[in-house]
Design a protein around this ligand. Sequence first.
Ligand code: FE
Ligand code: FE
Ligand code: ZN
Length: 296
Amino acid sequence: MKIGSHVSNKGAEMLLGAVREAMSYEANCLMIYLGPPQNSYRKPLSRLRADEARRLAAEGNIDFADVVIHAPYILNLAQEDGSHRRFAIDYMVSEIIDAGIIGAKNYVFHPGNRLKLSVEEGIDNIARALREIIERTEESGVDLVVETMSGKGTEAGKSFKELALLIKAVDSPRLKICFDTCHAHDAGYDIVSGYEETIALFDREIGLDRLAVIHVNDSKNERGARKDRHENIGYGKIGFDALYRIASDPRFSDRPKILETPYVKTENREVPPYREEIAMLRRGRFHDFIEELKKG
Ligand code: FE
Ligand code: FE
Ligand code: ZN
């Protein structure tokens, strides 16, 4: 099972620390932001310690192609022409080129908020931006992986239909999909009692060959709530069995599966849940690890 989590990529260690953190969870893939997710400051590539990180990753059996890069979430490709849009396009181009030099295969991003625009206008804006980005990053070897969203506010990409429209408008084999279990559940898709039907629908409307990354998260909310609040594996409304079913689905064994679940608050600190969650999903059996972490 190719499974890992979001890890931090900061300080003096940068990618070396990210790989070390992933290895401490016994992960064999990982996801990072190239800098703070909420802003666009980025260190030059030469300070990311990518070569040292790659050597360490090899010891841990982590292929650098399975280092997933996530775009900062301040970028909005759905909006109309203007300085932010120009900034977002140029910014993504430069991050994708960097991702390619690092050796990553997948660059995950959110489609954006359409605000006052109609769904069609929003999708059209995203498609035009992506066509330009794809053309300018032809040599990078990196795929652009758009994430399924929960549909809170005016988020574009809340349905397979919208994503299918986008794929059609962009018309490039480099545009792929990241299926986020929490987002799909919050958007109304049934992955608990209707898993096979939902996957079949995805296959019909988008095509399973487009599925590049899976974000494995439980959800704090009922299906269709359009909230997007992640919960620890087995503690939310999706539940362990449904998340295990998708994480262990043999059709997706080569796709990186990334946990983005919240840290666990104990009396005096916040602890990452990933080592336990990865172990549970590999084993196929839930246990109340939060209770254990709290006991210390
Ligand atoms: Fe995301
Ligand atoms: Fe996600
Ligand atoms: Zn989310």
